[in-house]
Design a binder for this molecule. Sequence first.
Ligand SMILES: Nc1nc2c(c(=O)[nH]1)N[C@@H](CNc1ccc(C(=O)N[C@@H](CCC(=O)N[C@@H](CCC(=O)N[C@@H](CCC(=O)O)C(=O)O)C(=O)O)C(=O)O)cc1)CN2
Ligand SMILES: [Zn+2]
Length: 764
Amino acid sequence: MATTTHNLGFPRIGARRELKFALEAYWKGLCPREDLLRTGSELRARHWGEQQALDLVPVGDFAFYDQVLDMSFTLGNLPARVRDFHGHPLDNYFRVARGRSQATGGEGGCCGGVTAGEMTKWFDTNYHYIVPEFDTDTRFEPDPSRLLEQLAEAQAQGVRAKPVIIGPVTYLAIGKAKDGCDRLDLLPRLLPAYAELLATLAARGVEWVQVDEPILVTELAPEWRDAFTRTYETLKDSGVKLLLATYFGPLRENLDLVTALPVHGIHLDAINARDEVDALIRTAPAGCVISLGVVNGRNIWKTDLEAVLDWLEPVAARLGERLWIAPSCSLLHVPVDLEGERKLDPEIRSWLAFAIQKLAEINVLAQALAQGRAAVADELAANRAAIDARRNSRRVNNPAVQAALAHIDAGSGHRRSPFAARAALQAARLDLPRFPTTTIGSFPQTREIRLARSQFKAGGIDEAAYLLAMQAEIGRAVREQEALGLDVLVHGEAERNDMVEYFGEQLEGYAFSQGGWVQSYGSRCVKPPILFGDISRPKPMTVDWITYAASLTDKPMKGMLTGPVTILNWSFVRDDQPRSASCLQLALAIREEVLDLERAGIRIIQIDEAALREGLPLRRAQWADYLGWAVESFRIAANGVADETQIHTHMCYSEFNDIIASIADMDADVITIETSRSDMELLDAFDDFAYPNQIGPGVYDIHSPNIPTQGHIVKLMRKAAERIPADRLWVNPDCGLKTRTWEEVLPALASMVAAARTLRAGVP
Ligand SMILES: Nc1nc2c(c(=O)[nH]1)N[C@@H](CNc1ccc(C(=O)N[C@@H](CCC(=O)N[C@@H](CCC(=O)N[C@@H](CCC(=O)O)C(=O)O)C(=O)O)C(=O)O)cc1)CN2
Ligand SMILES: [Zn+2]
């Protein structure tokens, strides 16, 4: 009696980021389309090979840019603005993904500029998808070609293919109605497209299709719950068996809804919803396959295999062949392979599992279930040793950190005086003009910067040479800012590979990989550092760079740090203590850095919390708890300074309405936010709440290469001034400039500074 093993999705970027490099070369016109297409099929073939021990392998999880955008093309739901494109469909796909400026339009001058589709984060991950666009007139015309081509490749390779698609209800739920239409009104038009797609797959010999419906782990309004019933009643006779996949959390009140659906299988995230397994088995229809996600797809720790077997063996005895096992979710969110990691500390390395290692764990578990634990005694013993070693390691637990935590008291998170008193002291000390101008921190990460860093890491240049190269970049950034006439300068973050990884590399309690890349969006990747133990700061992390930059100018130099919540949310974190506990430790480390910067004479310190809103739990019922400890952590990091020191924070994700009270509670003197794309309407939240402190509403979108005009910025700022008193407004871009080029940055900032001068002069 065998348990079926499968996988929900495999990382597609490639162990050596082959897809990233192929994409970027293609976009730059450096290689023909055939090369990119070949890289795609080579990666798919390699990844299926790496999964071949599984009984069912995902197909359709590969995407050149994004799996949600792929689904939009598969359903024929293209934004109207790109429907008349005459070139290759792949180029049209990239137009939606990345936008196109007028100058680089289609061949022969037709099909010119288009704006990119909006991008937003995929549930509570750091992966970003292209938001499906809907309006009253949206029609669907299914185009199964992508799925069928990949299916044919997989079948030719001899793998047992299980196509993966995003389910209809989740597809509607994560999209945006452009004209305010009710997305559910589109369901009757959408379902025939799905039925046709499934019938086409059935005709190609497909037995199982995985239909992802992660929206089921969120709170659903009654009409959305009804949509599930309507959808699966309609799709039940489509000729394939449907595995309804949910992940990232428990089902709670949606469990009964799910088990009443006429599907052939249900996948539950048994990492986050272990306590629902029993109810799922009791209420699922007879014969329904129960797929359990028993290996964590969101972190990089080895699974405690014996602990899993302890609870899984009785489940297997109950379910027999109806039991399937898999990772909890797609492995998109973890790096590909631990094998290549040679520099990782061997002790810590022995605690880890990346995608390929996680699939091996699935196979060991399946073997143990089928043949008994004795059949995999060696694997289990090695796993036991690693789990025990991690649990007992002295490197995980640091008594000094525990002692420091005990010193936090009610005062730690509070400034001495209220905002109004601080603002007066800061104004006197900084002497800034009205509408002060600044930037969010990073300046372009040029090829030269990255090359110098990779040479330094590989030993090609020594530390002194690297230091000089970075100081030269800082010098350049300071000179350019002075020439532009900005009021508050930054050092430009040249020395940072990433705003989170950089801090992870310097904190005790963190490990980092060499090649543990995870896709963040499109070709952009991050290497989340690995938070494995108690966190402490052996020495200052940014002070030398910032004070060097400050020494080059008389203007105020803003110190630049990443806040504890953002470091936490963009790291792989411990699973042996609550996230809140790790966050508090990070807060203490950042607090020390803040105080060191202050002592070094830095008068303005920015603490980025880009991921504060991003980290909100999927269920609203848990928001208050999260916001409680997240805001407290920020306050502990930020609020140890004197009243005269100005604290900034930055958040680049919009939609502040529902958390505005928490943002006010952070009590930063200045907050810079993303607003340009919403035409300043986002500021209504701050206005309605009577947000008391200063605000820098982003005046242009740094994600686009377009250069904003002075007039446009003035117009936006006047709109802002209708909501926020002008003497509390700053002028700045939406976010950091690291992904832009200097050619784009200089004219854009020149417009911004000119706009601020116009505003100060009060000219109409
Ligand atoms: N952690 C994190 N999450 C975030 C963001 C963020 O900034 N950080 N921003 C938001 C959007 N997400 C983003 C994610 C990544 C990037 C990004 O620019 N990533 C870079 C990698 C950055 C990095 O780590 N760079 C390293 C390594 C660079 C590299 O590839 N070096 C080459 C050699 C150098 C060369 O020839 O270019 C190599 O190792 O082979 C460095 O600078 O040191 C990329 O994919 O290209 C941007 C935005 C949300 N989430
Ligand atoms: Zn930002």
